[in-house]
Design a binder for this molecule. Structure first.
Ligand code: SF4
Length: 357
C-alpha cells in the first residue's frame, strides 16, 4: 500500500521495547541524519566520569555538549543533563511512572487525556536526556515504528469527531526523518475534523540546525495549522543559533509557545525566569506553561515546593506584562487535565486557585 508516495511499511526508528530508547544511531536512515551524540561517557574515550549514570544514560548532541561548562557541575545547563549519584537516592513519593499515563492509551502510541486533543508518542528516543524527564523509566506501552503501525491510532482519531488537535510528542518527534513525519502528517490531514498539529520538541534549542527547509515543509505542507511548543528551562539555552531557528519557524507562520519545568538549581530565581521569558518573547515565543516537577524517581534533587513556586510567580508577574507570564501548572496522576496554580498577573494569583485546562 502506498500513502502519499510512501509505502505504508515505511519505518520510523524502532523502539526495542517500552523503555526509553537508548542510542538512536546517527546513521539510521529513519532518524534525522544530522543527529550526532557526543561520546563522553566512561570508556568512550572522552575521559569524563559519569558517577550517577544509570539505565537512563547521558545523552547530548555534540554541538550542544560543546556549549556546556563541564568544569562546573552547578552550571544550570550541566545540572540538567549530567547524571549524578543523587539520582539513585530513594525518596518517598518519587516513582517510576508519576503520571500513570497507560490509563489514557486508546491505541498503540496514542494517549487521550484532554478534551479535544490527542497525543501521539512518535518515538521513545530523544536528542537529550534531561535528568528530570518524567518518562525516564519507560513508556506506557510499545510505540509503533511504521506508518502502518500508526493506522489503528488514525482510525481511532477518525471515529472521534471531538478531537480537533493532534500533538506529536515522544521522546522528541523531531529526531525522526522528515519523510516519515511528512507521510504521517499527510495521513492525519485526511481526517476532516483535525484542524491543528502541535509539536512538542526541544530540538530548536539543543539542535537548532534541525530546523531546515525540509522540516518547515513538513509543518506547512498540509491544511493543518502548525503550532510548536518548545521545551526550554534557562535563558542560556537560547544561543544565537537557537534564536535563528525560532525566527525561521516564526517566519514560516508557525505559532510558537514555550513549556518549562521549574527546577532547583536551574531556574529557581525570579531574575532567571524574567530573563528566560523576555528572551522567548524577543524570539516571538509565547510563554505557555511552567510545570512543577513531576515526581519521577531519580529527580528529587530538582524539587521545588508549591508554595515557593507560587511566590516566584507573584514576583515574576510584578516584573513582566501578563502576556509574558506562563501558567504555573502541575499534572495530577489519572486526572483528565492539568491544574493551573497561577497565571497572568499578581491579582490573579491566589493560594489554592485551581482550574482544569
Ligand atoms: S526533552 Fe523532553 S522527552 Fe526528551 S528527555 Fe527531556 S524531558 Fe524527556
Amino acid at each position: 500500500m502506498v500513502v502519499n508516495g510512501l509505502r505504508s511499511d515505511y519505518t520510523s526508528p524502532p523502539a526495542a521495547d517500552h523503555r526509553f530508547s537508548d542510542a538512536p544511531s546517527s546513521d539510521h536512515a529513519d532518524y534525522w541524519p544530522g543527529l550526532r551524540h557526543r561520546a563522553i561517557g566512561p570508556g568512550s574515550g572522552g575521559g569524563r566520569e559519569m558517577p550517577g549514570e544509570t539505565s537512563f544514560p547521558f545523552r547530548l548532541p555534540e554541538r550542544f555538549a560543546n556549549r556546556l561548562r563541564w568544569d562546573n557541575p552547578e552550571d544550570p545547563l550541566v545540572r540538567q543533563f549530567l547524571p549524578i549519584p543523587e539520582e539513585s537516592r530513594v525518596v518517598p513519593g518519587f516513582v517510576a511512572e508519576p503520571l500513570a499515563e497507560r490509563h489514557f492509551l486508546r491505541a498503540p502510541g496514542l494517549l487521550h487525556k484532554y478534551h479535544g486533543r490527542a497525543m501521539l508518542l512518535l518515538t521513545s528516543g530523544c536528542a537529550v536526556h534531561c535528568r528530570f524527564c518524567f518518562r525516564r523509566h519507560g513508556y506506557p506501552r510499545e510505540i509503533p515504528h511504521t506508518l502502518a503501525g500508526w493506522e489503528p491510532a488514525c482510525l481511532w482519531l477518525e471515529r472521534e469527531a471531538s478531537i480537533t488537535e493532534i500533538i506529536f510528542s515522544g521522546g522528541d518527534p523531531w529526531i525522526l526523518a522528515d519523510a516519515f513525519l511528512t507521510a504521517l502528517t499527510h495521513r492525519l490531514a485526511r481526517i476532516p475534523h483535525l484542524k491543528r498539529l502541535r509539536i512538542h520538541t526541544r530540538m530548536p534549542v539543543v539542535a537548532p540546525e534541525r530546523v531546515g527547509e525540509g522540516l518547515i515543509t513538513t509543518l506547512t505542507a498540509t491544511r493543518l495549522q502548525p503550532l510548536v511548543v518548545i521545551h526550554v528551562n534557562h535563558p542560556d539555552e537560547l544561543d544565537p543559533a537557537a534564536t535563528l531557528a525560532l525566527a525561521r519557524l516564526s517566519a514560516a507562520g508557525v505559532s510558537l509557545f514555550s513549556q518549562s519545568v521549574l527546577l532547583r538549581g536551574v531556574n529557581d530565581r525570579v531574575e532567571i525566569l524574567e530573563k528566560l521569558y523576555t528572551r522567548l518573547l524577543d524570539s516571538r515565543v509565547v510563554p505557555y506553561y511552567l510545570h512543577l516537577l513531576d515526581p519521577v524517581a531519580g529527580s528529587a534533587h530538582f524539587h521545588i515546593p508549591e508554595t515557593e513556586a507560587r511566590s516566584l510567580m507573584v514576583a515574576l508577574a510584578a516584573r513582566l506584562p501578563g502576556y509574558a507570564v506562563p501558567r504555573l501548572a502541575r499534572e495530577i496522576p489519572g486526572a483528565p487535565g492539568k491544574v493551573v496554580l497561577a497565571a497572568a498577573s499578581p491579582e490573579k494569583i491566589h493560594p489554592g486557585a485551581e482550574s482544569p485546562v
